[in-house]
Write a protein that binds this ligand. Structure first.
Ligand code: MG
Length: 353
């Protein structure tokens, strides 16, 4: 059997890489598992001032009209505009935005009916679907028990909120959602999943959760290739949940970096030339500078913090990782009489000691 171990190890490693981002563990919970612990209660500070749209937001609803929304089949929405609120009409169905979105920051305020009617999933149920597929549950979960992955601020059927940050029915509540869409390759394979971060009333309730597919009732849905931008949807679950102040900011892709940029040398400087540049300098403001060689690397100490220097010319050097450079003043003997440190455009001259 021992001879098989390298093969088994190789196969394990190959299997690991073959599944890539899918290698993470599956959830120990089935959909709507009643054995799943309920999140602890947190009382938000207050419903306070609603989040006003910043200058680059696309306002989807500000209380004046429903022009940004439509019902299925491109028709105007049958939801009510009443007292500057948007309210589902019974049997009016879901509504969606006329515009399509991918990565977004979404702000949305809602209020569950008061006095409350019904219980469990029947009390103040609605939902906001990013890309029309990924639901952040809206539910009156204030003293209203239901399954954990279906309560307010759950990612429906997948992940309960970290805490229950619900306010009483009738109060305005705010969702601030950061959503990253799933990425698919040109041939339709999943590259990276949808990721959701949600604040409810200023409290973090979903922390960078990676969805494993569209949210769904009862069933386990996996990703299917879809467009980069799709409309947002609001759910009509038969309860007159009110909405106001809905806006969205489209997000650019966030570059992923592993470290700072490194400046490449633009010339070679002989070791004896570098040696001549070493010494101590005193700035006009009293700052002590030390130029030294450390294993052949020229460094500037400001003071006692040493920065690697990369040559631009024989007497001018960039900092290796910092937007700064140092220029040496060279006297007739080829010795440095002083230097000028230029840090982000601010010049700091110093004389040799
Ligand atoms: Mg819902």
């Amino acid at each position: 059997m021992k001879t098989c171990q390298p093969l088994l190890l190789t196969m394990s490693i190959l299997a690991f890489f073959a599944v890539g981002v899918q290698a993470e563990e599956t959830s120990p919970w089935r959909a709507h598992d009643l054995n799943r612990p309920l999140p602890p209660l947190v009382t938000p500070a207050s419903s306070t001032a609603p989040g006003r749209p910043p200058s680059d937001a696309i306002v989807l609803f500000n209380g004046s009209d429903l022009s940004e929304w439509e019902s299925k089949g491109d028709g105007p929405t049958k939801w009510l505009l009443k007292d500057k609120n948007l309210i589902p009409t019974p049997d009016a169905g879901y509504i969606r935005t006329r515009k399509a979105f991918g990565d977004v920051q979404l702000h949305l305020e809602w209020s569950a009916p008061s006095p409350p009617k019904g219980n469990g999933q029947g009390r103040g149920n609605s939902g906001v679907y990013l890309m029309g597929l990924y639901e952040v549950q809206i539910l009156d979960s204030f003293k209203n028990k239901t399954y954990a992955d279906g309560q307010c601020a759950s990612l429906y059927g997948q992940n309960p909120p970290l805490v229950n940050a619900c306010l009483p029915p009738g109060e305005w509540q705010a969702y601030d959602i950061i959503f990253r869409r799933p990425r698919f390759s040109a041939d339709g394979q999943l590259i990276s999943p949808a990721i959701m971060t949600v604040f409810q009333n200023g409290v973090l309730v979903q922390d960078h959760f990676k969805l494993w597919g569209p949210t769904e009732w009862l069933s386990y849905e996996e990703y299917e290739n879809h467009a980069d931008k799709l409309p947002l949807r609001l759910q009509d679950h038969g309860n007159p949940v009110r909405f106001r102040n809905i806006w969205v900011r489209e997000l650019a892709e966030t570059p992923v970096y592993s470290g700072l940029a490194t400046v490449a040398p633009k010339t070679d400087v002989e070791p004896d030339t570098l040696e001549k540049l070493t010494g101590n300098f005193i700035g006009e403001d009293g700052t002590e500078y030390e130029v030294r060689l450390n294993n052949g690397q020229l460094q500037l100490g400001i003071p006692e913090r040493y920065f690697d220097l990369v040559p631009i010319t024989q007497h001018e050097f960039n900092f290796k990782h910092t937007f700064a450079k140092v220029t040496f003043d060279i006297d007739d003997n080829g010795q440095p009489s002083g230097l000028v440190v230029n840090v982000m455009g601010e010049k700091r001259p110093a004389k040799a000691k």
